[in-house]
Write a protein that binds this ligand. Structure first.
Ligand code: ZN
Length: 345
């Protein structure tokens, strides 16, 4: 017998639902074939059917502690409405929380996907054992999450933890957010692909060009593969990724003085190729880091600043979403404005 919660990870391309015990064991994971792009009503209906089925299946297992749902985009914490989601076209201003709660007849906790990813890593991954944590999620773009003393830091309106849109290069490439030279323009998957295309167009990347001409898809994995084989152009791209991240991490360390900064998301799979440049930049730019760098090889050194990669891969969001209803009241949200539903379970 063990109590459990249900976590949902609603991604731009897939929908996953999992049952997770309060000790962190994943009991079952469903990947639904429902196409997210087919519109919110169908997706929410399929999601709720799966939740209800899992709830019934594990009813004798222990107490059902609640349901947490991670969604990509900006959520209005007061109303549970999805304000903006570049990865979910057609969901703009959709009352996602209300619809889920209406169908299930119970309260659920809605959270931004990067925040649940951070909570998952904090609970069972790279952040385990630390008091607070900052996480970068390098996906198509760059998300982020701050776990501060065990709770997600939402800020005033739920928009805190967006390192992807802080400036790295004042006159850099324009970003969809309206700024120029955002971190996202140098370190997300879209950025890696853009830099690779530019290098090919400028004639600097003959090996990349050959792979693409042979039908290989130009993506961060291909650039990483060539980088590990010593290809100069590919290595230079990941050098840019690492330097941009290092500039950002150095600033965050100086501002927040947190014990751990975690780099996750798909592009973080190329950690070996870009991480040396993160450390190089951070040592150059952060006096707080230089005063608190950990001794070589120590995972948790008290009073030290750790920079590392995520451990849970694509499942971090599922674990984090399931963790939300398990948290004690005072850790459910770090915002006086947080929606009351998170207190109703
Ligand atoms: Zn931006």
């Amino acid at each position: 017998m063990s109590d459990f919660a249900i976590g949902v990870d609603l991604g731009g391309t897939s929908l996953r639902v999992a049952v997770v015990e309060d000790k962190g064991t994943l009991l079952e994971k469903l990947t639904l074939s429902t196409k997210v792009l087919r519109g919110p009503e169908r997706v929410v209906a399929a999601m709720c059917d799966s939740i209800a089925a899992l709830q019934t299946r594990y009813k004798s297992n222990g107490k059902m502690m609640g349901i947490g749902v991670g969604v990509p985009g900006i959520i209005d914490l007061h109303t549970g409405v999805l304000r903006e989601s570049p990865n979910l076209p057609g969901w703009h201003d959709y009352p996602v929380l209300q619809e889920i709660e209406h169908r299930l007849g119970t309260r659920v906790i809605l959270e931004n996907d990067a925040n649940v990813g951070a909570m998952g890593e904090y609970w069972l991954g790279a952040g385990r054992g630390y008091d607070s944590m900052f996480m970068y999620t390098l996906g198509t773009g760059i998300g982020g999450g701050i776990v501060f003393e065990g709770a997600i830091w939402h800020g005033m309106t739920g928009m805190a933890g967006e390192p992807g849109h802080t400036t790295i290069e004042p006159k850099g490439p324009p970003c969809a957010c309206g700024n120029r030279g955002c971190l996202e323009q140098f370190a997300g998957a879209t950025a890696v692909i853009r830099m690779a295309k530019e290098a090919i167009a400028e004639g600097h990347a003959p090996k990349l060009k050959r792979e693409v001409d042979n039908g290989q898809e130009l993506n961060p994995q291909l650039v990483y593969k060539l980088a590990t084989q010593g290809d100069k152009a590919s290595r230079a791209i990941y050098r840019t990724v690492g330097e941009a991240l290092g500039i950002s991490v150095a600033s965050m360390i100086n501002v927040l003085n947190l014990p751990i900064f975690v780099i996750g998301g798909g592009v973080a799979g190329a950690w070996e190729a870009f991480s040396p440049y993160i450390f190089e930049e951070v040592r150059k730019r952060s006096f707080v880091y230089n005063a608190t760098a950990p001794p070589e090889g120590e995972r948790i050194a008290p009073g030290c600043t750790h920079i590392t990669h995520a451990l849970l891969g694509a499942d971090s969001g599922l674990y984090g979403a399931a963790r939300l209803p398990m948290l004690p009241e005072e850790r459910k949200a770090h915002s006086t404005n947080a929606r009351s539903s998170s207190r109703a379970l």
